[in-house]
Design a protein around this ligand. Structure first.
Ligand code: PSU
Ligand code: MN
Length: 309
């Protein structure tokens, strides 16, 4: 068999040896989700937030035929400025490795790589979902099926209202994915704490989420958990304010014939422009908030088996 092409950073190698909690971080948010230099600043700030909360960050990306589990600062900088980076989902990962190209991992691909590296918890901003108009386009993110297959707990701020949120929740239910709102009953909608939709499940502590993660494994249930962590109140853009902006961006995407992998990056960029950067400030705040919660969950997961053993 060919060797598993994992390459651990020095920091992650030490954390693994010491049995410390590790939080995986995705890289598509860096290459396709935010403009330079805010993408680099955010990536660094998110890593710092994970460390401040007592865990070790592992930003994941594909470079030079390897899956990097943890990037050093020079690698982070290279990725943040790179052009022509592949956006990797489950379908693209092996071809990117085989061809030696540089690839940024989406939620789906980051889950796969985190699991290969023995990392249980992953923090991001928002997950992909069912796009509006999916009944004709069939555009449903592979993130949803991945959550149904791969045992990683993903902390996100819900899903963006650029998606069809009721259909996204339906597909998650079909995939058997626990969607757990943190500290509230409602499913949060990324920039807004409220979506108008009830979350299927609720948890009020990192310890409960960690326990549920371990219990799923004990029960032999495949797949991960989606923790929907609402954006901090001071950073939110209320639903009434963001809705018309989303509608305009969607109309422009349709008029321009944007399709497939280009849809999410196009919408994010237009919403950034239309809100004059406010959407980006909110996005950064919610990712930091998710990094903190993910670090707490990872710490509880590392502790619990020892206590029970
Ligand atoms: N949603 C966001 N920000 C993002 C993404 C989604 O709010 O940066 C990125 C994530 O990497 C996610 C991917 O996994 O887009 C989903 O892309 P698609 O819809 O093409 O599956
Ligand atoms: Mn898609």
């Amino acid at each position: 068999m060919i060797p598993l092409p994992l390459r651990f950073s020095a920091e992650v190698t030490r954390a693994r040896a010491d049995g410390r909690p590790i939080v995986a971080l995705e890289s598509t948010i860096i290459t396709h989700g935010m403009p330079y230099p805010q993408n680099l600043e955010t990536a660094r700030a998110v890593e710092a937030e994970v460390r401040a909360a007592g865990a070790v960050p592992a930003t994941i990306a594909v470079m030079g035929g390897h899956i990097h589990i943890g990037l050093d600062d020079a690698e982070l900088e290279t990725l943040a400025q790179a052009t022509g980076v592949m956006k990797l989902s489950r379908a693209d990962l092996a071809v990117c490795l085989a061809t030696g190209r540089t690839g940024a991992t989406t939620v789906a691909a980051t889950m796969i790589c985190a699991h290969l590296a023995g990392i249980a918890v992953f923090a991001t901003g928002g997950i992909g979902g069912v796009h509006r108009g999916a009944e004709t386009s069939f555009d449903i993110s592979a993130d949803l099926a991945e959550l149904g297959k791969t045992p990683v707990t993903v902390v996100a701020a819900g899903a963006k209202a650029i998606l069809d949120l009721p259909k996204t929740l339906e597909v998650l239910e079909t995939e058997g994915v626990p969607v757990i709102a943190y500290g509230q009953d409602e499913f949060p909608a990324f920039w807004s704490r409220s979506s108008g939709l009830a979350a299927p499940l609720r948890a009020d502590s990192a310890a409960q989420i960690a326990q549920a993660h371990l219990m799923r494994a004990r029960l032999g249930l495949a797949g991960g958990q989606l923790v929907a962590n609402p954006i901090p109140p001071e950073a939110e853009i209320p639903r009434a304010e963001i809705t018309p902006v989303i509608e305009q961006a969607l109309a422009e995407a349709e008029a321009a014939g944007i399709a497939a992998k280009a849809v999410t990056p196009f919408l994010l960029q237009r919403i950034f422009e239309l809100t004059e950067g406010r959407s980006l400030a909110s996005n950064i705040a919610l990712v930091l908030n998710n990094a903190r919660l993910a670090a707490e969950i990872a710490a509880r997961i590392v502790e619990q088996p020892r206590r029970c053993a």
